[in-house]
Design a binder for this molecule. Structure first.
Ligand SMILES: Nc1ncnc2c1ncn2[C@@H]1O[C@H](COP(=O)(O)OP(=O)(O)OP(=O)(O)O)[C@@H](O)[C@H]1O
Ligand SMILES: [Mg+2]
Length: 351
């Protein structure tokens, strides 16, 4: 059908929170029908690894029941060390032949066994460094992890229709809200609990994507270490300090020193990007994710990287179903929703 809306649910399984976005998606304009968020079961994801698949399936079941949706198809995002993406340059060839060649080319660039990964690639249309070569963004995802996600989704009674990379979903959310922004280079940062998805989009194309291993948990574990308290206590103290409630003075000091740590990591990814990718300078950075709420972080990043930072609104150009979603709820989920939204706006059958 011509303007068929794709009936998917976008699913983002994070270390701290699981999010589901039910979007009526069409290229002419999308509507957020409903959204669910639930804390990830304790220790179900540990150090970026899924430690308790059945606890996650159980949580998904509850979330789907809460959405009261008829949809069965899920689009889920992979992140962290199970995926890697890299810009590579290969000899010029007919674009149709790249698919057949890419495995051979990929082997030398990826740190996983080539027989145990799913490979995808994008020819960088607006970014070609020489007429004799083709510049490609290579994406490799560990097959065992993709299967594990599929199993988790299936055990919850749903079907896994699309498996994507979270960073690319973040970019998809951006593109559906801002359009392709010709002539612009924009950095996107989704600062979660364990990782920060860092993506650069140029002329509407992802040219760089990596997950930086810092986020809200970096703060929590620094507080826990410095004050000799449990992670749970440290997390509660951090949230109190960041939401204007009473908290020991020491917490504010630890937040401050941890900003340095986070900024250094972000800066080193930015430097890597700038040194390996000739092109336009990054004009602005849009930031989202639960940990972007950490008091003082965005200011610190803006000062240390000398870039303009703005809050990434994943609903900028999205209609909201007001029968389900109150204004308060929408503002509560805004900082958590970008990846799930990008997944919910995937066409079915996308790789
Ligand atoms: N008001 C707040 N102030 C500071 N930090 C906050 C606030 N609210 C949430 N956070 C932090 O945001 C993080 C959760 O954000 P998010 O849901 O985006 O992460 P996630 O997607 O589950 O994690 P990841 O993608 O890294 O696996 C937690 O570390 C939490 O402490
Ligand atoms: Mg996340």
């Amino acid at each position: 059908m011509f303007f068929q809306s794709k009936k998917l649910i976008g699913l983002d399984i994070g270390t701290a929170n699981i999010k589901m976005a039910e979007v009526d998606f069409s290229r002419k304009g999308s509507t957020l029908v409903n959204f669910a968020i639930m804390p990830t079961p304790p220790r179900a994801i540990n150090g970026g690894e899924i430690a308790d698949p059945s606890a996650i399936s159980e949580a998904l079941k509850q979330m789907v029941a809460g959405l009261k949706t008829k949809r069965k198809a899920i689009a889920v995002g992979l992140w962290g060390t199970s995926v890697i993406s890299k810009r590579i340059t290969i000899p010029m060839m007919d674009e149709k032949l790249v698919g057949g060649q890419i495995r051979w080319e990929a082997e030398q660039y990826i740190p996983f066994d080539i027989n145990e990964v799913n490979i995808d690639f994008k020819i960088l249309k607006s970014f070609q460094s020489s007429p004799e070569t083709l510049d490609i963004l290579l994406v490799a995802a560990r097959q065992d992890i993709a299967f594990l996600y599929q199993d988790i989704v299936q055990s919850s009674g749903m079907n896994c229709s699309v498996i994507d990379v979270s960073g690319f979903s973040l970019a998809n959310c951006f593109l559906n809200n801002w359009g392709s922004q010709k002539g612009q280079t924009v950095a996107l940062m989704n600062i979660g609990a364990a990782i920060t998805n860092f993506v650069v989009v140029e002329n509407g194309e992802v040219i760089f994507c990596r997950d930086i291993p810092v986020g809200g948990l970096t703060y929590t574990s620094e507080i826990s270490k410095a004050m000799g308290i449990s992670i749970e206590e440290a997390e509660a103290m951090k949230i109190s300090a960041c939401t204007g409630q009473a908290a020991p003075e020491e917490v504010a000091k630890i937040l401050q020193t941890t900003h340095e740590l986070i900024s250094e990591e972000v800066q080193s990814s930015l430097d890597f990007f700038v040194n390996t990718t000739p092109g336009l300078p990054v004009q602005q950075c849009l930031v989202t994710g639960g940990a972007s709420r950490t008091t003082g972080l965005i200011n610190h990043l803006a000062q240390s990287t000398k870039m303009g930072f703005q809050i990434f609104d994943p609903f900028r150009n999205i209609k909201l179903n007001e029968r389900q979603l109150t204004a308060d709820y929408v503002s509560e989920i805004r900082d958590f929703a970008a990846v799930a939204m990008g997944l919910g706006m995937r066409a079915q059958g996308d790789a």
